[in-house]
Design a protein around this ligand. Structure first.
Ligand code: ADP
Ligand code: MG
Length: 701
């Protein structure tokens, strides 16, 4: 027997074999600590045992009794194995059946004591439990069927039973988790200790245990976020920034040259930003506006001001496609301004002025780095890969982060620090974050701590409401006909596919299958494009460019098109397996259409006929703003899922959510106190925790 510690690998736990260990590793669970931090997302309350005589139809219950009879049968009609058992307690008997699990008749024998949990139904023969969770009672211990039972997100062929079993085996190790939260805060806020919270989140005895455990764990997350934003604020307090003059005439000319009129909200936001830039304090501003509200042009005005002031600026975006698109469209918008722009991503580097003829990618990159260092480039557009490279700015005065909710707070921090380290003076760049994360101003202020906020709360004129429908399978043909009709009017279509299975992380398999079906069977006469994360950048590019030029009628894609992509001529967003996505993510997809002059549609397909799922999806038809949708998502799927991967900007929000308004306030208050009364260095354990987080996030990014 080995001594277990938090970093003991899961495979070292007695009874865990290669197969299970490998499967767990697939979902990121390698050691005991990972496992302890894999929290349940839902609980079944079987805390009251019911006597068989007292059963009522359609209730969730736990019963305890003895197996009287158990046997396997074959159902002739459906060719299914049925395990039938008769279970009795001192008050009566009940029939229990399981489908296609013949091994159960081997596990359970007459006279075994069992505990069963599940739903009771009433059919012609009386009460029956269908496919209940069962466990043999040995030494009076149960973990699956009695009390409050945790349910875990499982994706890798692991059963609830397996994971519960593992967690009970190692739960004692939670005692070894160091509590890094200062004692004073634990006391002030009446929080559970960390080990206690972790034990209770897995195996609570009461609803109150769950609430208390969640409160402590949610506080952890929110407190760390607040601490990070307070520390940025703390640093910026003493920082200086380059004053960037407004250059009114040039800006006005530029605005007048645009093919459209700015909305009032765009004007107001731009005004707020340009005023900040004139100060010698670094701007720290968030520009919030729903998908399609026109944030880019506001950012471009700020970039233009920086260039007019002969300083450098950087625009950091989360995906290569988006970087590429910004490079092209911003280049076009600024075409008459004689501004030098470069694109910098892992797989592609170029500029709009210099013809770089280097053979290797590494050399091209190096060449561009030199240009930047020597102030031969004004605007740098790139993915976060750029902040990890040996990039040196010359005189960076403005940093803009697009879709900031896709980045970690720490990645923002790294960008700022990088900008500073590369300068001789101690100036900080002005910082503008842009996000479509739908949060009302009051909440945003609380969450983002001390960023100033500009909100674009109106859409460009002439946008028609996107008509959203959940389409049932029998109407699929009609939907295809409809699509054909729109394509005959020269409009374009997106079709999004989810992953078919977990092994298909990038969705390549799923999207290819769909592509083949559409290309060969459904639309043989149309031009169909295929987009997924595994394609080489050149291939991706070609497809996006062809789609933009309407050489492709239908683009079949994985979720890679989710962020930012702008194809004004596309009028239908059709989403397969829509139930697999969060509402906030569906809202992002939907935002890809309705950007031009056509009436646009969002068609949601699902083969899941669970009424809950259908209600959730129909919320998409009812609500057009992301905030309401995020809230509904939270009710249905739990906090971790609300923004899906898009929640990165709020690191590690597994338990807390953006709607934990009260707790956010408390966390902010305590984080402020840390800086007010002393400094972070005095809290050794806390400091260690933050260092650890920053390191791991850096690697992750
Ligand atoms: P997002 O806020 O999602 O980043 P974009 O900046 O990509 O939105 O803008 C969406 C589309 O709206 C673009 O095609 C852009 O050219 C267009 N657009 C932006 N502002 C206006 C406006 N005031 N009037 C008309 N179209 C606009
Ligand atoms: Mg955008």
């Amino acid at each position: 027997m080995i001594m277990l510690t938090l970093d003991t690998e899961i495979i070292k736990i007695a009874g865990v074999g290669q197969t299970i260990a490998k499967r767990l590793e697939k979902i990121g669970l390698k050691n005991l600590e990972n496992l302890l931090y894999h929290f349940p997302f839902h609980y079944d309350d079987f805390s009251k045992e019911t006597k068989i005589k007292q059963l009522k139809a359609n209730t969730q219950v736990n019963i305890v009794g003895q197996i009287e009879l158990i046997q396997n049968k074959r159902s002739a009609r459906k060719r299914m194995n049925i395990t039938e058992a008769l279970v009795s307690d001192e008050s009566g008997q009940i029939k229990v059946i399981w489908f296609n699990q013949p091994f159960i008749a081997k596990n359970l024998k007459p006279s075994d004591n069992v505990s069963l949990a599940g739903k009771v139904e009433h059919d012609f023969s009386g009460f029956v439990m269908k496919s209940p969770v069962y466990e043999k009672i040995i030494l009076g211990q149960t973990i699956h069927t009695q009390g409050i039972i945790p349910n875990y997100h499982l994706t890798a062929n692991i059963t609830q039973k397996q994971i519960r079993f593992l967690i009970t085996k190692i739960l004692k190790q939670a005692e070894k988790i160091p509590d890094w939260l200062p004692e004073q805060i634990i006391k002030n806020q009446k929080l559970l200790s960390l080990p206690d919270a972790i034990e209770k989140i897995h195996f609570p005895k009461t609803q109150n245990d769950i609430n208390q455990a969640r409160r402590r764990l949610a506080f952890n997350e929110l407190f760390l976020v607040q601490l990070q934003s307070q520390s940025i604020k703390h640093e910026l307090k003493s920082a200086q920034a380059e004053k960037l003059k407004f250059k009114e005439k040039k800006i006005k000319d530029f605005v007048a040259s645009l093919p459209f009129k700015l909305t009032n909200a765009q004007k107001k936001s731009a005004w707020e930003i340009l005023q900040d830039l004139e100060k010698n304090k670094p701007m720290a501003r968030m520009l919030e506006g729903d998908v399609g509200s026109g944030k880019t042009i506001v950012a471009v005005m700020a970039l233009l001001v920086a260039s007019l002031n002969k300083t450098q600026s950087v625009l950091m975006v989360p995906t290569e496609i988006l970087a590429k698109q910004h490079f092209a469209s911003i280049g076009e918008l600024l075409a008459r301004q004689n501004i030098k722009i470069c694109l910098l991503t892992n797989s592609e580097q170029k500029t709009n002025t210099h013809d770089i003829k280097e053979k290797s990618k590494a050399k091209t990159k190096q060449k561009i780095f030199e240009l930047i260092k020597n102030n031969k480039i004004d605007i740098i557009i790139g993915t976060h890969a750029l902040i990890q490279e040996k990039l040196e700015f010359n005189n960076l005065a403005l940093a803009i982060i697009d879709e900031q909710h896709r980045f970690g707070v720490d990645q923002r921090k790294i960008l700022i620090e990088k900008a500073r380290n590369n300068k001789n003076d101690k100036n900080s760049p002005h910082l503008l974050s842009m996000t479509a994360t739908p949060i009302p101003r009051s909440l945003a202020l609380t969450i983002y701590g001390d960023l100033d906020i500009s909100i674009i709360n109106e859409m460009p004129p002439g946008r028609k409401k996107i008509i959203t429908r959940v389409v049932s399978e029998e109407n699929r043909e009609k939907a295809y006909e409809f699509i054909k009709k729109l394509i005959s009017k020269k409009q374009q279509i997106f079709i999004i596919c989810p992953l078919i299975d977990e092994s298909d992380k990038l969705g390549v398999k799923s999207v290819k299958k769909e592509y083949e079906k559409l290309d060969k069977k459904i639309f043989p006469n149309l031009k169909i494009g295929l987009l997924h994360g595994r394609l080489k950048l050149k291939e991706k590019d070609k497809i996006m460019t062809d789609f933009l030029k309407n050489k492709i009628n239908i683009l079949v894609s994985t979720s890679v098109v989710e962020v930012g992509v702008d194809i004004p001529n596309a009028s239908v967003m059709m989403i397969e397996g829509a139930d697999r996505f969060g509402l906030a993510q569906l809202h992002q997809f939907r935002g890809r259409v309705g950007r031009g002059k056509h009436q646009s549609y969002c068609l949601l397909f699902t083969d899941n006929d669970n009424p809950k799922t259908l209600t959730r999806l129909s919320a998409m038809a009812k609500h057009t703003d992301g905030f309401s949708l995020a809230k509904i998502d939270l009710q249905h799927r739990g906090p971790g899922e609300v923004y899906g991967t898009a929640q990165k900007g709020f690191p590690k929000l597994k338990v807390a959510s953006l709607f934990d308004y009260e707790l956010i306030k408390v966390a902010k208050h305590e984080a402020k106190n840390i800086f007010k009364n002393s400094d972070l260095n005095k809290f050794v354990k806390l400091k260690e925790k933050i260092n650890l987080l920053e390191k791991s996030d850096y690697l992750r990014g």
